[in-house]
Design a protein around this ligand. Sequence first.
Ligand code: SF4
Length: 326
Amino acid sequence: MPLLEVDRLDVGYTIPGEGLLSRPRILPIVREASFDLDAGRTLGIVGESGCGKSTLGRAILRLNKPTGGKVIWQGEDMASLPAETLRRKRAELQIIFQDPLAALDPRMTVLASVTRPLVTFAPGLSRRDREVKAREALERVGLGPDFLGRYPHELSGGQAQRVGIARALVGGPKLVVCDEPVSALDVSVQAQVVNLLMDLQDQLGLALIFISHNLAVVRQMAHEVVVMCLGRVVEKAPRRAFFDRPLHPYSRALMDAVPEPDPKRERARRGTAITGEIPSVLNPPAGCVFATRCPLVQPRCHKERPELRGFAGGRQAACHFIEGAT
Ligand code: SF4
């Protein structure tokens, strides 16, 4: 049994109807997302800004309420759990945010920030026990006890993100959703934080959902990759197969858009930016979500939505025109 099963998950936001008397509508952000994740594994979720990847991550933690489908945690449907059980389970699923300084309350010391989840999820712990756990969590992320009394403005971006990771770890989670955790950091600090997350996964057997638009970081961290386009999963694949040969035209366009570090090769590169109009989520296309921008589009693509289909090597992709991939 996988640790986490996401089964045809829909997430949307309620918005007012168009007329004075019209009913509120659901703005669909994520549609029919499905995947599994085991302990000790990392699932990378990639896609452009606005593709729904962060909304999906938050819905798994029930920070956004799904509008359809299921999140099954250790065999139990999260939506069917009584409130008290759900509260206890929530301690096992934590999140690290993109902007580490904005994620910390400027009025709280590092000790207060790191112990806060314990106040919520382990109310029986004494103040002293909470402090012991905070010290342990800070030690795991490479920060000494001298950080306990500091405030966020006294931390660098990298130190603040380490405090964010310590806060996620303090309650002993099994799954951590990492929502663009290094995109606000300097490149040198990014590498340190990525290595830290990989070390913590090895030590603690954590499952990680790593949400990022940075394919280089996903290539380093992920065991499996999910690609999202306009709220839909369009490709799922083991990391090596995906980076050797992505199947979906959207995945290939994302890969082609990664800048070359060598300026000569970058200048010689063919123009591969994704062009064309992104459809409105209020009026999603009847057919393929990539049809208005796909270089391989055919008339069928505008009428008929491609389902995810299986290919060799455990890969899946949603495109009408992928044949015989090996
Ligand atoms: S289904 Fe058509 S539009 Fe969509 S990715 Fe495939 S070829 Fe492109």
